[in-house]
Every structure is written in C-alpha cells, then in structure tokens.
Design a protein around this ligand. Structure first.
Ligand code: C5P
Length: 295
C-alpha cells in the first residue's frame, strides 16, 4: 500500500525579522503565501526507513536522516511507539535550497503520508506540533493558503485571501544557506526593531488587490541575500524591466519572486527572465495554493 501527498511551495510576501534571540532564532512577522509549485511525497511500507528523490536538483537533496521527510517519519513513529519502516519517495518540483520551503514541504507531506499509511490518525494539533519541531516553516506547509507566522515563524494565524495572484519565480544557479543569510542579516542589521505585520499588506491580501500587494511586499532578508549573492540584483532588475509589479527575494533566497498583473504579464516576465541569462529557469505559479493534501 502507498499514500501520496502533494504539498505546495511558499513565498513570503512580508518577512519582518527582529534581533537574534538567545536560542539563535529570530522573532519574525512572516506573512506566508502558498504558491502552486508542488512536491509529491509517496510513503510505501518497507523493511526500513529509506528516502529516494527524483526531479530537478534532486542530486542536492540529502537522502539520510537529515532529510526532513525522514525526520517527520521518525518523530511520528516515536510518538506512537512504532518502527519508522517506510520508503519515502520525493518527486521534486520546488526549487532545492531556493528559499521556497521545499525541504519543509517534504517534511509536512511525509508526516501526512505516514499518518495515513500507518493509521496513526494524529490530530491536526499533534501534526502541527511535530511540524514545529521539524522546522520553523513546516507548519505552514501543512496548512497552506496564507498565514501570519510569529515567534520563529511557527505560530500561525490563518489569513483571508480575496483573489488569485500571478507570480513568476526565477530559479538561481546555486543555493543559499538559510543560517548563513540570517548571520549576514545580523551583521548588516545590528539594531533590528521588533517585527510587525503590515496592516496595509494584510488588507491587500484580504481584498485580492495585486497592485496594493505589490506596493507593500517586503523582505528584511533581501539585503543579506543580495550581499551573499550579488548577481540576484540583475535578476530583480530584469523582471522589473519586463513589467513585474514587484520583485523580491523569496525568503532567504536565492529564488527571486515577481508579482505580475495577470497571466499574460506573467508569461511575458517569465520569457524575459529566461532570455536575460540572469537565472537558470523561470517558473509560473498562482497563489494561494492548498496545503498538504493526499492525492
Ligand atoms: O527552523 P529551521 O530549521 O527551518 O531554521 C533553519 C535556520 O534558519 C536556523 O537554524 C536559524 O539559523 C535560521 N532561522 C532563524 N530564525 C527563524 C527561522 C530560522 O534564525 N525564525
């Protein structure tokens, strides 16, 4: 028997970052928006825990116990006193190490898939607790849609979204380490104020107003990502020149995100980014997308 779960990528439409906490994490006001680029994780009964991966960038995905999908299976099994004997196969489409929560998505998907395969029937609250233990972005991968994440990003408040947004994502050549980007943020921002969600941005999401959203998107990690990966400035400029209403680094990068007026404009921006030579590939996606779902 097998269970397959489909799980979306995310973009942060606001990522407000405070000072480093004693535990090394940063307090955030993190407005997550799930976007329609998906990984699929298939859980199949096996003699031992095993992870395999296919798709773009899959050679960079760790297949050992550091993979969040494997850790999700171990945490769920430990909670129910069973052996985590499962083969987890990841069909990757979310850019790897790109700042779009691909690894977190696989953790959330594996958790839902193992829960169904093993019949453990964990409550939503238990699943969210395990997600928070796996990583700051994992609870959002489970719920999808749009949400405000506070604390280190794991405390979620669902947000209403009143329309469909058309995005283009430019996948960079290479990756960025999230801890390294946060360290660079600390170096560049010695006195970061307490993070706060922007009321204007939440209102733009609620009303589905693309222009208002474009005017309010921000990412406090962007200067740090640009400092470590300076050529991203050329990618942002290429998308803006092609008519994107907003251009920003996605999360800790190096994927860059472009908000466009409609599907036609998104195609134009994607074509311009592809031919600009400033990125590896450009992907179209609409938002919001549903969270982890069994298929
Ligand atoms: O929670 P997660 O394991 O995904 O975080 C990866 C790294 O990102 C952390 O080890 C930390 O360096 C950084 N981080 C942070 N503050 C957050 C979330 C992540 O400093 N709120």
């Amino acid at each position: 028997m097998s269970v397959t779960v489909r799980v979306p990528a995310k973009v942060n439409v606001q990522l407000a970052v405070g000072a480093a906490r004693p535990d090394g994490f940063h307090d955030l006001a993190n407005v997550f928006l799930a976007v329609g680029l998906y990984d699929e994780v298939t859980a199949t009964a096996a003699d031992e825990l095993r992870v395999t991966c296919e798709g773009p960038g899959s050679d960079q995905v760790p297949l050992d116990r550091t993979n969040l999908a494997a850790r999700a299976a171990e945490l769920l099994a430990a909670r129910y006193g069973i052996a985590p004997d499962v083969h987890l196969h990841i069909a990757k489409d979310i850019p790897v190490a790109g700042g779009m929560a691909g690894g977190s998505a696989d953790g959330a998907a594996a958790l839902v898939a193992c829960d169904a395969l093993w019949g453990t029937k964990a409550s939503r609250g238990e699943l969210l607790d395990i997600c928070a233990e796996l990583g700051s972005d994992v609870p959002f991968s489970l719920v999808g849609g749009a949400a405000l994440g506070t604390g280190r990003g794991e405390k979620l408040q669902p947000l209403e979204v009143g329309g469909t947004f058309h995005w283009v994502f430019a996948v960079a050549d290479g990756g960025l380490s999230t801890p390294a980007v946060y360290r660079e943020f600390d170096r560049l921002t010695p006195d970061a104020p307490a993070p706060e969600a922007s009321p204007a941005l939440l209102e733009a999401l609620r009303t589905g107003d693309t222009e208002a959203l474009a005017a309010t998107v921000t990412n406090d990690l962007q200067p740090a990502a640009l400092s470590l990966f300076p050529s991203l400035a050329d990618t942002l400029a290429a998308g803006t020149a092609a008519g994107a209403l907003a251009a920003l680094v996605s999360g800790s990068g190096p994927t860059t995100a472009f908000l466009t007026a409609d599907a036609a404009s998104a195609h134009k921006v994607a074509d311009a980014l592809t031919s600009s030579g400033t990125c590896r590939t450009a992907r179209l996606a609409t938002a919001p997308a549903q969270g982890a779902q069994t298929v």
